[in-house]
Write a protein that binds this ligand. Structure first.
Ligand code: IMP
Length: 430
């Protein structure tokens, strides 16, 4: 008799870049199956092992663990070129230790999606542009829902690829030419590479949903690894300044084919302060010295695009919204060490909305842009905490900050990151 496994969804609680890759990597030895369920190569999950930095844009963060199963689910927009690049890099460094499976139902990011992403951003211009990563994510999801996309299974067979691509390209070229005034893309320029991608990825393609359900039935521990963050969710985030997928915990089930009833717990990764990259409102953004200090100490530059991230104090209003939407069971708090050295630490506990105090976050960008943060202040700490391996070893002010987050979110903090390396983590029974 097999006993049922454990399915945990791990989400970013803010605007992405919370350090999800490191958290997944830290709990890696206890996990059997790692799954990406949404987003694509717009993510940048950084894992640092023995001082060596590895950035996964598309592959699940568990790839470094021997014998584990890593799955790219149907909810991901799959960039074959990036996939083969990452697989190739791991292979050449002898780090391709996990078994890798790709869902046949994942949609393929085609070269024209990247062209459209950039053309659309230019067309929007100042005041309307989203500040996308330019990876073709939005246009690929548009095609998925417009039912004119190509899925992984469509590029495995030459003839099927040719027929579907010919139609899709005709449509896209019309848009590129007539709407954006761009140059149409010849079929051969896309067909030949796509055919080669199909051949190269074929060994990885397998019914991922069935495999995951079987793993669950066989008692495996499965982590669904969210990309981006809750406030970038297409429904609940700061629309239109969002990504094009469901980044919240619920997306984990649409994007994998696992039943919702399998959910065991939701892990929210929370950075000890707030960052955002791209356009859109961010009430606690600090454009002065503090923002710069956090950016410098936290290395807050995009893993995918290299863009400087906007930085500021922790936004508790936004965080509570995120806890509610995701039904969070436990928090993994990251980058606490970055706050070391500050005389005082502030937390935004409510907003001033045109003279009215509110502690409600509703995802409406226009309203959020008018919100001014109302801060509470608490003492900071000067000590370097990056070698602390137990909660009690932290300075009192740092412990108080963690307790403050627990009190205001109502969620326990089970894991605390005090440095970039896998081992610089305080485990409080996570
Ligand atoms: P897209 O996902 O490339 O369409 O970009 C939409 C928005 O999401 C932009 O503001 C991006 O900066 C942001 N974004 C996308 N992926 C990430 C990520 O992994 N971390 C942080 N922000 C992201």
């Amino acid at each position: 008799m097999s006993s049922k496994g454990r399915v945990e969804v791990l989400v970013g609680a803010q605007w992405g870049d919370e350090g999800k890759g490191k958290v997944v990597d830290t709990i890696g030895p206890r996990v059997d199956v790692f799954v990406r369920y949404q987003g694509g190569a717009n993510a940048g999950h950084t894992v640092i092992v023995d001082g060596e930095k590895i950035i996964f844009k598309l592959l699940p963060s568990g790839m470094l663990y021997p014998g584990k199963l890593c799955v790219i689910g149907n909810g991901v927009v799959f960039d074959p070129e990036q996939f083969l690049k990452e697989v190739g890099e791991l292979h050449s460094r002898g780090l391709d230790r996990a078994r890798l499976v790709v869902s046949p139902h994942a949609h393929v990011v085609m070269p024209y999606h990247k062209v459209l992403d950039k053309a659309q951003e230019e067309f929007r211009g100042k005041g309307h542009m989203i500040g996308t990563t330019g990876r073709g994510i939005g246009p690929c999801y548009v095609d998925k829902y417009a039912r004119s996309g190509l899925r992984v299974e469509d590029i495995l067979d030459d003839e099927r690829l040719r027929v579907r691509l010919s139609y899709a390209l005709e449509e896209k070229n019309t848009i590129i030419k007539k709407l954006y005034g761009g140059t149409p893309m010849p079929l051969s320029e896309i067909y030949e590479p796509a055919r080669a991608w199909g051949k190269a990825i074929a060994p990885y393609v397998e019914d991922a949903s069935a495999l995951l359900c079987e793993s669950y039935k066989n008692g495996k521990r499965i982590v669904l690894e969210g990309a981006q963050g809750t406030l970038l969710d297409v429904d609940y985030g700061t629309y239109p300044y969002v990504t094009s997928s469901s980044t919240t915990a619920a997306g984990g089930f649409i994007g994998t084919g696992l039943p919702i009833s399998a959910l065991d717990r939701v892990i929210a990764v929370v950075k000890a302060y707030t960052t955002r990259v791209g356009e859109g409102p961010m009430p606690t953004e600090d454009k002065g010295d503090l923002g710069e200090r956090l950016r410098d100490r936290g290395g807050e530059f995009g893993a995918v695009t290299g863009r400087a991230r906007r930085c500021g104090w922790l936004d508790m209003v936004a965080l509570k919204y995120s806890m509610r939407l995701n039904g969070v069971s436990v928090i993994a708090l990251t980058k606490l060490d970055v706050l070391s050295g500050e005389d005082e630490i502030k937390v935004c506990t409510s907003y001033d909305l045109e003279g009215v105090k509110t502690d409600r976050f509703n995802g409406d960008s226009e309203t959020l842009a008018k919100c001014r943060p109302v801060f509470e202040s608490m003492p900071g700490w000067k000590e370097n905490i990056s070698d602390c391996s137990a909660f009690d070893a932290l300075p009192e002010a740092a412990r108080n900050y963690v307790a403050y987050i627990e009190k205001h979110t109502g969620v326990p903090v089970g894991l605390i990151g005090v440095g970039p390396d896998r081992h610089q983590t305080i485990d409080r029974g996570f």
